[in-house]
Ligand binder design. Structure first.
Ligand code: KG4
Ligand code: ZN
Length: 340
């Protein structure tokens, strides 16, 4: 079984591998370094300011910016870890899912580094990175909630992952971002919306509960987003903080109730919550209040970063889950996690 403990050597005297991880799946250029399960460096150069004026990520701009800054981000990560390129035992990079042009930058860069240094290259699934960041040992149920995904998995082991359900439409983070934009909070606005919600009355505004009465393991957030848009248009006098609080209450309640159902159905007792929305304080509070044995990645590892890819790469190396021709791995914008 793989995991942060095994990766450290599992009692053997073998030195854990020093792995460099690269993530350029969206609009953050992330390079991290892990010594087995221990993170030595985590440098993220965010492009948020660059894309903010467009109200969303411009894919072509993102790819160019990754190219522009990746050398520097790598240098900073090496300096932070106090290691040189020659010390690295392996290079891991995200191969999908994500924006294809953006993925190609980090993937190509990682392959070239590995080739040049004659060390193994490990292609990594972006969501596997998010899971690795929570440093939990399977079996567990995983809720991944980010700007691009809202999906539940049963992770019985690292090579035995079943998808239980996902959002039929918008991802939870996407809904946060869209409502934040409606409220004039900029992009991406999830964290700003959560801050505003803290000053609001979450019962002052009535909103529909997504998939009311449904007993499945799917989510839906686009109806809720539309309801907020209509409400704000019809009642311009509403306090933005109240709208934010009511919206956050409903999204969190939906995430929690479907996830509790997934735990009950699978019989698994532990939960890992990962992805950018895992940074949400209300979500953390409500899972804890429900009495769930839940782990979250540390805040710095919740949003996209390279360290989580280094951790996932180290775990793959430790358990031998590596492909025969890793340098042939292509960037895959819609890569499913199951079987990756
Ligand atoms: O995992 P991530 O960094 O990137 C993707 O792979 O999408 O997630 C980013 C998402 C954004 O939609 C952002 O608004 C949301 O996570 N987010 C939050 C919070 N912090 C970030 N959503 C709700 N509450 C937060 N505190
Ligand atoms: Zn992500």
């Amino acid at each position: 079984m793989a995991g942060s403990v095994d990766v450290r050597g599992g009692g053997s005297s073998r030195k854990p591998p020093l792995v460099l991880g690269i993530d350029t799946s969206c609009d953050d250029t992330g390079v991290g370094i892990a010594l087995g399960g221990e993170i030595l460096a985590n440098v993220v150069e965010s492009q948020t300011a660059l894309h903010a004026r467009f109200g969303g990520v411009m894919p072509e701009l993102a790819s160019r910016e990754h190219l522009e800054v990746i050398d520097d981000v790598l240098d900073r990560a090496l300096a932070q870890a106090g290691v040189g390129l020659g010390d690295l035992d392996a290079i891991a990079a995200t191969r999908g899912p994500g924006l294809v042009g953006a993925l190609l930058v980090g993937l190509g860069y990682g392959k070239a580094l590995a080739w040049g240094l004659s060390v193994p290259f490990v292609p990594v699934h972006h969501l596997e990175g998010h899971l690795a960041a929570a440093a939990a040992e399977p079996p567990f149920v995983a809720l991944l909630a980010s700007g691009g995904h809202t999906v539940l998995f049963a992770v019985r082991d690292w090579d035995d992952i079943e998808e239980l359900g996902r959002s039929r439409d918008d991802a939870a983070g996407e809904a946060f971002d869209k409502v934040a934009r409606l409220l004039g909070l900029g992009y991406p606005g999830g964290a700003a919306l959560a801050r505003l919600a803290a000053d609001g009355d979450d019962t002052a505004v009535a909103l529909p509960f997504p998939m009311q009465g449904d007993k499945g393991l799917e989510f839906s957030f686009s109806g809720l987003k539309t309801a907020v848009a209509l409400l704000v248009e019809r009642e311009p006098g509403l306090r933005p903080a109240d709208v934010a609080a009511a919206f956050e209450r409903v999204v969190v309640a939906s995430l929690v109730s479907v996830t509790l159902r997934a735990l009950a159905r699978t019989g698994l007792s532990r939960l890992v919550v990962a992805g950018g929305v895992a940074a949400n304080a209300r979500l953390r509070r409500e899972f804890a209040a429900a009495g769930v044995d839940v782990s979250f990645p540390p805040a710095a590892l919740a949003t996209d970063n390279g360290a989580m890819i280094a951790l996932a790469g180290a775990m793959r190396l430790a358990s031998g889950r590596v492909s025969e021709h890793p340098l042939r791995a292509d960037a895959e914008p819609y890569l499913p996690l199951v079987g990756a």
